[in-house]
Write a protein that binds this ligand. Structure first.
Ligand SMILES: [Fe+2]
Ligand SMILES: [Fe+2]
Length: 150
């Protein structure tokens, strides 16, 4: 292979760890799937060379947001059922995530070439701060309530 054809790929994927658990299997499985979807989008964006592959990125982003929204409904269901005191704040965080992604998507539709990278960076940061941060805030509470899968 000629040197010019070689490409160096640095994997930025994050793998699921047991320490990420919130103690409810159903929510853990959804969090794991969300991480997979973010990693898949990350790969697609990194591989993107032709504008045709943008369609794939759009599809992956859409699937991710839809999955996130259905996850939020499940998670909010648990928090409501067990009367989590910070429920309103948590729901606001979910709503603002969806709004932000839609706003970024609008930028993308306007043809900003950097937006896809921006979106992936945002999603990774969000995963760390929300799923591995804020979501951990209900772990102990639900455990004390003896919360079980629906
Ligand atoms: Fe969550
Ligand atoms: Fe959450």
């Amino acid at each position: 292979m000629a040197p010019a054809e070689r490409t160096i790929r640095v994997s930025t994927s994050t793998a699921w760890r047991d320490s990420y658990s919130v103690g409810i299997r159903e929510l853990d499985n959804q969090h794991r799937r969300l991480l997979d979807l973010i990693n898949e989008l990350d790969e697609l964006v990194a591989d993107q060379q032709e504008s045709a592959s943008k369609t794939k990125c759009y599809a992956a982003l859409n699937a991710l947001v839809k999955y996130a929204e259905s996850h939020f409904i499940t998670e909010e269901g648990y928090l409501q059922k067990y009367a989590f005191p910070k429920y309103d704040l948590h729901k606001t965080e979910h709503d603002s995530f969806v709004e932000k992604v839609f706003a970024m998507n609008q930028k993308l539709e306007k043809g900003d070439p950097y937006s896809l990278f921006e979106i992936v960076r945002f999603l990774k940061d969000w995963y760390k701060s929300h799923i591995l941060g804020i979501d951990q805030g209900y772990k102990e509470f639900l455990a004390e309530k003896g919360a079980q899968a629906e």
